[in-house]
Every structure is written in structure tokens, then in C-alpha cells.
Design a binder for this molecule. Structure first.
Ligand code: CUA
Length: 417
């Protein structure tokens, strides 16, 4: 135990020149600061000017996203009022009690420490405001987590670096290969709630379609529930929002909402097996697909046996899973959603349902480029073609295919509608 006063820290005296600089910045530096202070708000302002920004929560396209947006509107108004009172109050006080030329520094303004009424007021007012915001926040949370148990449920699985969607079409409560399995494009009926059971096969991802609901983490080993609901048929885009490795920034997802009738047709088509093509080049492609691709990819009706024998891709990939290609060309995008599978007919940058399939033009050159060297098209950790017993890879390796083989594979893939 030491007695007496504690030692007082002694700061070394600052050189006079430096003190001078601190109290009075040189004009050039002052000018630079002023310029920066003017430019920064301008930069911020410009960022709000994007006209083509589909990934915004501020333009909700369904009832769930709308209830989040109206909560945000209310909280924003409260925050703006508080901001104005605090900032302008601070500025007013600074102006009023600023140091004047004739100030000697001896005459302090009246001290208000211990003003009981003031202290009670600035404790109670924020507490009441937070309680009100908290009440509406909780109400919205309960609202958006009130799931309709009768609604269609889709299992969403994040993996490096794409999304898989499984529909329990036989209604046995399980999501298996016998059910409809698709990738990247989540197809749903418009105007109704769709429940999502979100999980992951490898690392933590996060599912986010800003126009339809908030974010939900995809965590390996657990299932998180989220509901989405789109007012109108259309395409709603989003992206993975949890850093998940190399191609996190390329891990996109899209929701395609169809009219209920169109959705039923889509689902019925997805339930069909693929047909062995009769055309010569495509048939050669199917053959090649069966020998080269069965380690990871399934095209139901084409390579079921070989896929099963190879272990369903479980050993060769870290995620244990590659996209099911049975209805490859019924999708709008491929490779985690970074490439359009069809040409964008109206050039608006978003591939809609009416530009996909029989109504569109296949983006052949993108598929060819992908097959030529996948890791060159999208950063992936697939340095070699794995064999059983090798360390598993993340993503699709380069198979060093010849151009003729690529043509055959594309001809085959084009038949998977
Ligand atoms: Cu998946 Cu980031």
C-alpha cells in the first residue's frame, strides 16, 4: 500500500515550434482541410444518386420488406429530429459562449452542475424515445417472424460460392435428390409467403434479397428461418453478405417470382428427368458429361448411376456438393450468378423470366469460357482435378478440355431445359 498522492504523469514539453503549429495551422494546411471538409459531404451526396440500384431496402417490393421499411422510416424521422436538436444546439452554444477578443479568461459563465431538473429531463426523454423505438422494433420483429406454416418451404444452402435451392416436392418433409434441386435462381410464386430454411455446407454465408426481406446468416449445422414475399412477378437480386472466402464478392442470388400458374408449370418441368439427346454432338456431350463430370454434377436421367458411384460429389468438394444440372438452362445465370446464361434481350442488366429458356438466346460464349478454365473466370480454390483420396477443392477445377469437347458439352447442356 502506498500512501500520499499518486504520481502525476509528466508529459515532455512539446517543442515551441510544434505548439505553434497545433494552435495555428499553416494557411496551406487549413485550406486543404477546408477543401476536404467541403468535398467529403459532396462525395457522400453523390453516392446517393445511383438511379439503377436494385439492391436497396428503401424500395421494398413485398409486405415483409415493407414492414421493415416503415419501421425504418419512423426511426429515421426520430433520428433526424434528435440530430438537428443536438447539432444545432451544440453550434448555438459554441457561438454564444465562444472566446471573444476582450475575454480575460477569468470570468467563467454561470456553472450549471447539479441542475436536478435538467438532469432528470435528459435522462427521461432519451429513455422514453428508446422505449418507443424499441416497442415498434419488437413489433416489427414479431411481425416478420410470424411464419405461415402452410406456406411453401424451400431449403436454401450456401456453399463456396453459389446458392442451392431444394423444394420438397414429394412432401415427405425431407429435401433429397429425388426432390427438385436448383441453383442461383430461387423461383417462387408471387403474392404469397415462401418460407426459407437457410443453412450452409461449408462456411458462414448470408442470404439477402433487400427488396423482399432483411439478411439471414447461413450457418453450417443449423437452419435459420426467413420468409419472403414478392407483390409482383419479377426478378429480385441480392448477394451473399458474410465474407466467405475468395469469391464472396461474386456470390449472388436472385429470386424469380412467377404468377402461381407459371410457378406450377415451372415446378412440374423441374420434376421431370432430363432426356438423353438424340442430336449427334449433344449425345457426344452427354457421354463426355457422364465420364468427366459425374464426380460432382448430376443431370437426373443422364448420369444417376455414375453420380451415385462417384459418391455424389461428397468427397471431392469441401462443400460436398456441386450444382444439380438437370434443368440447367431453365435458369437465368450460372457460376454463382456471376454470368448470364442467356443474352439480356432488353439490355436492362437484369435477366427476366421472359428472356430465359425458349424465349431467349443462349449466352454460348460465356459457357464456353467457363468450361475452358473455370478458375480463370471466378477465383476458386481448385488447383487440381481431385481424385478420391485427394484433398477436396472449393469450386470447379480446370479440366483442360479441348475445343471440340467444349462444343459437345455446350450442345448437351443446351438440351437441359
Ligand atoms: Cu457466401 Cu459470402
Amino acid at each position: 500500500m502506498s500512501h500520499g498522492s499518486p504520481p502525476v504523469a509528466q508529459w515532455p514539453e512539446r517543442p515551441a515550434a510544434e505548439q505553434q503549429e497545433r494552435t495555428a495551422p499553416r494557411p496551406s494546411r487549413r485550406r486543404r482541410r477546408l477543401a476536404l471538409a467541403l468535398v467529403m459531404p459532396l462525395v457522400l451526396l453523390v453516392t446517393s444518386c445511383a438511379s439503377d440500384a436494385p439492391q436497396t431496402t428503401l424500395e421494398p417490393k413485398g409486405p415483409i420488406a415493407r414492414s421493415i421499411d416503415s419501421l425504418w422510416d419512423g426511426v429515421f424521422i426520430v433520428a433526424v429530429v434528435v440530430f438537428i436538436i443536438v447539432e444545432f444546439g451544440t453550434l448555438a452554444l459554441v457561438m454564444r459562449f465562444r472566446r471573444r477578443k476582450d475575454d480575460t479568461g477569468d470570468d467563467l459563465p454561470a456553472q450549471t452542475h447539479g441542475n436536478f431538473k435538467l438532469e432528470i429531463a435528459w435522462t427521461i426523454v432519451p429513455a422514453v424515445m428508446l422505449a418507443v423505438v424499441g416497442f415498434f422494433t419488437l413489433r416489427t420483429l414479431f411481425e416478420i417472424n410470424d411464419f405461415d406454416d402452410e406456406a411453401l418451404t424451400v431449403k436454401v444452402t450456401g456453399q463456396q460460392w453459389w446458392w442451392e435451392y431444394s423444394y420438397d416436392t414429394d412432401g415427405d418433409g425431407e429435401f433429397t435428390e429425388e426432390d427438385v434441386v436448383t441453383a442461383n435462381d430461387l423461383v417462387v410464386p408471387a403474392g404469397v409467403d415462401v418460407n426459407l430454411d437457410i443453412g450452409s455446407n461449408d462456411v458462414i454465408h448470408s442470404f439477402w434479397i433487400p427488396a423482399l426481406n432483411g439478411k439471414k446468416d447461413a450457418v453450417p449445422g443449423s437452419i435459420h428461418e426467413l420468409a419472403i414475399n414478392a407483390d409482383e412477378p419479377g426478378t429480385y437480386v441480392g448477394q451473399c453478405t458474410e465474407f466467405c472466402g475468395m469469391s464472396h464478392g461474386y456470390m449472388r442470388q436472385r429470386v424469380i417470382a412467377l404468377t402461381p400458374d407459371e410457378f406450377d408449370d415451372w415446378l412440374a418441368n423441374q420434376e421431370d428427368d432430363a432426356q438423353m439427346p438424340s442430336e449427334e454432338e449433344a449425345a457426344a456431350g452427354a457421354e463426355l458429361f457422364t465420364t468427366q463430370c459425374s464426380g460432382c454434377h448430376l443431370a437426373r436421367g443422364i448420369n444417376d448411376e455414375e453420380f451415385e458411384e462417384a459418391g455424389n460429389g461428397e468427397e471431392l468438394l469441401v462443400s460436398g456438393n456441386a450444382p444439380d444440372l438437370t434443368h440447367f438452362t431453365s435458369r437465368g445465370v450460372f457460376a454463382g450468378g456471376i454470368f448470364d446464361l442467356w443474352l439480356d434481350g432488353d439490355g436492362d442488366g437484369i435477366l427476366e423470366a421472359d428472356e430465359i429458356g425458349g424465349k431467349g438466346v443462349l449466352n454460348r460464349s460465356a459457357i464456353e469460357a467457363w468450361l475452358r478454365n473455370p478458375p480463370a473466370e471466378k477465383p476458386m480454390d481448385a488447383p487440381y482435378v481431385p481424385e478420391p483420396g485427394d484433398a477436396p477443392v472449393r469450386g470447379m477445377p480446370n479440366f483442360n478440355l479441348q475445343e471440340a469437347q467444349i462444343d459437345q458439352l455446350v450442345a448437351f447442356l443446351a438440351t437441359l431445359d
